[in-house]
Design a protein around this ligand. Structure first.
Ligand SMILES: [Zn+2]
Length: 153
């Protein structure tokens, strides 16, 4: 558990802030045991100029197909979480990217992660990608074709 928000920075000094509630939700899905499944969802929050604040995540549901190394993110409830957050926050909360877990301490994106991000995430705005490892988060920012790894500050 964390008691402060987590802040990550890009080379252009723009920030990505992960709120305390979101950080603790993500931590609760860490793949600590050999048998635990990979989990995934979407990131929701606000864009404040160049900065991004992640306020909410969608969580795996019974309808997600979960396995240790693969996860199917197509469940409609992830889209519904985005739609509901948009409606309930005057249109200021929006889809910001995706998260998933890895069964490793310090996570690194796989080739499959990179190819799926390049293929499936086509938004012109920057998107945030989070991988939840057992001891660390990996946070990346995709701006069109480029994926930059962000540093925790
Ligand atoms: Zn992955």
């Amino acid at each position: 558990m964390v008691d402060k928000e987590l802040v990550f920075q890009a080379q252009d000094e723009s920030l990505v802030v992960i709120s305390i509630g979101v950080a603790n939700t993500l931590i609760s899905y860490r793949q600590l045991s050999e048998s635990s499944s990979e989990s995934a969802g979407v990131l929701i929050g606000e864009r404040r100029g160049v900065h991004i604040v992640i306020k909410k995540v969608s969580e795996p549901s019974l309808w997600d197909i979960r396995s240790r190394f693969m996860v199917d993110r197509v469940s409609k409830h992830h889209q519904k979480a985005v739609d509901d957050a948009f409606k309930n926050n005057n249109g200021e909360w929006q889809y910001l990217g995706e998260w998933h877990t890895h069964p490793e301490d310090v996570p690194r994106p796989s080739m499959t992660d990179y190819s799926s991000w390049h293929k499936n995430l086509k938004l012109l705005d920057s998107l945030i990608l989070i991988i939840v490892g057992r001891t660390d988060f990996w946070v990346g920012k995709k701006t069109q074709g480029n994926i930059e790894v962000l540093k925790q500050v």
